[in-house]
Design a binder for this molecule. Structure first.
Ligand code: PMP
Length: 405
């Protein structure tokens, strides 16, 4: 992958050497969460051993260190996404919190009964339910862009959804259930041509391909640290400056204020305005280390290697008798969802576990899209750049054994 051998990359990830049921772990559940390299784990240890303090408030050496480390992570996140400034980055718990923040603090104030929000059929529940909540509160309605039988957004149908009542669009860049890479550059342009702002859910994209929020001209963008080799409980919301200025505070408390009296409160400018209370300082620092790690390998290199793996995986899985791939869009990342004739998805997952192979089986928090294929669940191997063709071979071998039993 780039200039690094797979063997040396895998050596960075201690957990990849685990034995599961007497076998080498084959981690193919990267869409649920990725594993962490030593560099991220060490950074967390270093933080707690040498830097730990609350940020901003204390006038002492450790407060300076922790503040520097936290703000440095914000700079790294901005740089990684191609954001104009670290001030455009709000640290959140993850994609879910980022989308809820966008819905509650920004979009809700503009909604009147009958106004419309456009989503797509590909969405994870995290990009459906927050919009339903504000729709229920305001009388707005959700419109859903359909997909074709490969699992790709039908752009002409998406375009037709816009009208004078459209207030906002929220769409995923990569489907966690099918792996479809949506044409978000076009979707953003189309939204803007109609004068509508758009949020892109990057939970499944940032670890698999280069993303530049400025080149995309996207208004809001969210991702989770744990899906890009960083810690759990930390993620980032990018938004354009005017969006952050127009948004109301999401949570109230310390850190986000400039001045408080019982009569009124003056807020800090963004991003502090959205970061009430003590944040997840250590894990933000760990996220910074994760972004450094993937940047050193190169997102282009990661994307190229994973493209090879996905193509290989699709071709090999298709050889298994009775196996049907779900999600066959030409532009696809990481996810190899399938169903197997005569076998419940959960049973396939359990069988693979006996071979040390970790996959997800079920609805993957994306029930609407699976139901559009007439399914309640799939088996979902999902790849990261540290996976190998040999691991795909192990998966396919185990599936052959299962169908021959
Ligand atoms: N959106 C997508 C596309 C996802 O895959 C996920 C995680 N499965 C989420 C949102 C939610 O992310 P988190 O649970 O980290 O908040």
């Amino acid at each position: 992958v780039g200039s690094r051998s797979l063997e040396s990359i895998r050596g960075d990830f201690p957990i990849l050497s685990e034995k599961i049921n007497g076998r080498d772990l084959v981690w193919l559940d990267n869409a649920a969460t990725t594993q962490r390299p030593r560099q991220v784990i060490d950074r967390l240890v270093h933080y707690y051993e040498h830097e730990n303090s609350n940020v901003h408030r204390g006038a002492h050496e450790l407060a300076a260190r922790s503040t520097d480390a936290y703000e440095d992570a914000r700079k790294k996140t901005a740089g990684f996404l191609g954001a104009p400034s670290p001030d455009n980055i709000v640290f959140v718990r993850g994609t879910t919190e980022g989308i809820n923040l966008a819905a509650q603090a920004y979009v809700k104030q503009y909604l009147k009964p009958g106004d419309e929000i456009i989503l797509t059929l590909l969405e994870h529940h995290a990009n459906i339910v927050p919009w339903q909540l504000i729709a229920e509160e305001t009388g707005a309605v959700l419109r859903v862009a359909p997909i074709d039988k490969t699992g790709q957004i039908i752009l002409s149908e998406y375009t037709k959804l816009f009208n004078s009542r459209t207030r906002f669009v929220s769409a995923t860049q990569v489907s966690n259930a099918l792996g479809t890479v949506a044409p978000v550059a076009e979707m953003i342009q189309i939204a803007h041509a109609h004068g509508v702002r758009i949020l892109i859910d990057g939970a499944q994209s940032v670890s698999h391909m280069p993303v530049n929020v400025s080149a995309l001209d996207v208004d809001l963008f969210v991702f989770s640290g744990h899906k890009i080799f960083g810690p759990t409980g930390i993620g980032a919301l990018y938004a354009k400056t005017d969006v952050l200025e127009a948004a109301r505070p999401y949570h109230g408390g310390g850190n986000m204020i400039a001045d408080v009296t019982f009569e009124r409160t003056l807020y800090q400018p963004p991003p502090a305005k959205f970061e009430a209370g003590t944040g997840n300082i250590a894990d933000a620092v760990g996220l910074g280390a994760a972004l450094d790690y993937v940047s050193a390998i190169g997102m282009e290199n990661i994307a190229a290697w994973e493209h090879t793996l996905v193509q290989y995986g699709m071709a090999e899985l298709a050889k298994v008798p009775g196996l049907h791939l779900v999600g066959t869009a030409l532009n696809k990342a990481s996810v190899l969802s399938f169903v197997l004739d005569g076998h419940e998805t959960e049973d396939v997952g359990k069988y693979l576990n006996t071979k040390g192979i970790a996959v997800r089986a079920g609805h993957h928090c994306a029930q609407p899209v699976l139901r559009s294929f007439g399914l309640e669940g799939t088996v979902r191997p999902s790849l990261a750049f540290y996976n190998t063709p040999e691991e795909i071979d192990a998966l396919v071998r185990a599936l052959f054994e299962l169908v021959r039993r």
